[in-house]
Design a protein around this ligand. Sequence first.
Ligand code: NAD
Length: 279
Amino acid sequence: MSSAGGAPQNVIPAHLLRGQKALVTGANSGIGMATAIGLGRAGADVVVNYVAGRDEAEKVVEEITSFGVRAAAYEADVSDEDQVVAMTQRMVEEFGTIDILVANAGLQRDAQFTEMTLAQWQKVLDVNLTGQFLCAREATKEFLRRGVVPEVSSAAGKIICMSSVHQLIPWAGHVNYASSKGGVAMMMQTLAQELAPKRIRVNAVAPGAIKTPINRDAWSTPEAEQELLQLIPYGRVGDTQDIAHAVVALASDLMDYVVGTTLYVDGGMTLFPGFATGG
Ligand code: NAD
C-alpha cells in the first residue's frame, strides 16, 4: 500500500478568524509553521514565535502578510519564564491583545531508558510541558483582562495545546516525550475545567505521524514510510496542513461548545490497527 494523496487544499474559509490575534509557538518549522500560515489565511493576525532560525520565521511572516493580515516574528524560549512574559506583553502592546494561543513548540531527546540522562529528561519536560504552562498562563491573564468581545469571538480566548498520540500510546525509547504529552493532556483538561466559567476554551490537538523535521527518520525513505503506514488505517502519512486545518477549526466559533477535548488528527492511528485482524 502506498501513501495516497495528501491533505485537502484550499479548504480554509478566508474570514473565519477575521479580527483575531493569534500567537503560535515554534512557528518557524513543521506543524507550527503550517498552523501560523493557516491562521493567517483564515484572517487572523499572527505572531510567529521562534527560538532559533530568524530567517525561516521572517519567511513565514512574509507569507502570512500576503493574505492582507498583520504578522511579526518574536524570539523567545518558551521554557524561560521571563522571555514568555516579555513575548506576551509585547504582543499585547503591538497587536492590542491575544485571542488564540497555539502552544505548539516541542522537541524530542530520545534514548533507551537506562541511557537517558537527566538533562534529556528535563529538557523535554521543560519545553513540551512547562513551556505550554507558561504560555497558557500568560495568555490567560490577557484573556481575563479583556473578557469577551462578541464582535470578535464568543469566547474570551482559546488555547490549543499541541499534544500527540503519545499522550495515549506508550512509546518505548521516548519516555521523556510520552510523559510530557501525558502531562499536556491532564494540564489541558484541568485548565479547561478551571477556565471554562470565564469563557476561555482550552483544547488539544493530538497529531499522529506528520511529516516534519522532528521525525524525518520515520518517513524519509520508502522503506521507513511503508513501515509507518502499517500504523495508519487511512493509508497516508499526515501533512502539516492536516494539523493546521484542525487548529483553525478548533480556534473558531464553529467549535464554540468544544471545551476540554483532545482532537486526534492521526489517520486512525489511535484505533490500534494491529487489532483489525487479530486480538
Ligand atoms: P519541528 O521540529 O518541525 O518544530 C518544532 C518547533 O518548536 C521548532 O520551530 C522549534 O524551533 C520549536 N522549539 C523547540 N524548542 C523551543 C523553545 N524552547 N522555545 C520555542 N520554540 C521551540 O517539529 P513538529 O513536528 O512541527 O512539532 C511541533 C509540535 O507537534 C511538537 O509539540 C510535537 O511534539 C508535536 N507533534 C508532532 C508530531 C509529528 O509527527 N511531527 C506528532 C505528534 C505531535
